[in-house]
Ligand binder design. Structure first.
Ligand code: FES
Ligand code: FES
Length: 165
């Protein structure tokens, strides 16, 4: 059976067992190593990618179940000529990354969260991070960076609105 899906905007085919975890297809077949294989049991979130725009743990997802879907990995998250997604850039600017093992998954989860929750409160940001384990940072600086990012985005939107009044 051949599984066909979009991968970072390009058509992609996989010809082997459709029960192969998407994570293994990405890392071993497509050489996209941003999604990390840490627990492989759905606990840590390090393998998170977007499937049709929603965060999913790729270690638990048989590739056959993404047939016809659009998969985005951390390598394909930024758009246009930007090297980084704006949230990645905010993390870099705030110097929150330590070993970095959790961060691709963290960015995939939180980029979808900030897209869908531009008014999120600090407790809501904490809840959104529940599926992503970080062994280094203590989380607080990541939460600060997300809150700052949302505040900057909001201020930018308000400034644009004011300019059009
Ligand atoms: S490697 Fe997938 S959740 Fe940990
Ligand atoms: S920065 Fe090391 S696990 Fe999160």
């Amino acid at each position: 059976m051949t599984v066909t899906f979009q991968l970072n905007g390009e058509r992609c085919r996989f010809h082997e067992d459709p029960m192969t975890p998407l994570l293994d297809v990405l890392r071993r077949e497509k050489f996209l190593t941003g999604a990390k294989a840490v627990c492989r049991e759905g606990f840590c979130g390090a393998c998170t990618v977007h499937v049709d725009g929603e965060p999913m743990m790729s270690c638990l997802k048989p590739v056959g179940l993404v047939s016809g879907c659009s998969v985005t990995t951390i390598e394909g998250l930024s758009s246009g000529d930007q090297a980084l997604h704006p949230l990645q850039a905010a993390f870099e600017a705030a110097d929150v990354v330590q070993c970095g093992m959790c961060f691709p998954g963290m960015v995939m989860s939180l980029s979808a969260f900030v897209r869908d929750n531009p008014e999120a409160t600090r407790p809501q940001i904490k809840t959104a991070m529940a599926g992503n384990i970080c062994r280094c940072t203590g989380y607080e600086r990541i939460i600060d960076a997300v809150a700052d990012y949302l505040a900057v985005q909001k201020a930018g939107s308000q400034a644009k609105e004011a300019a059009h009044v």
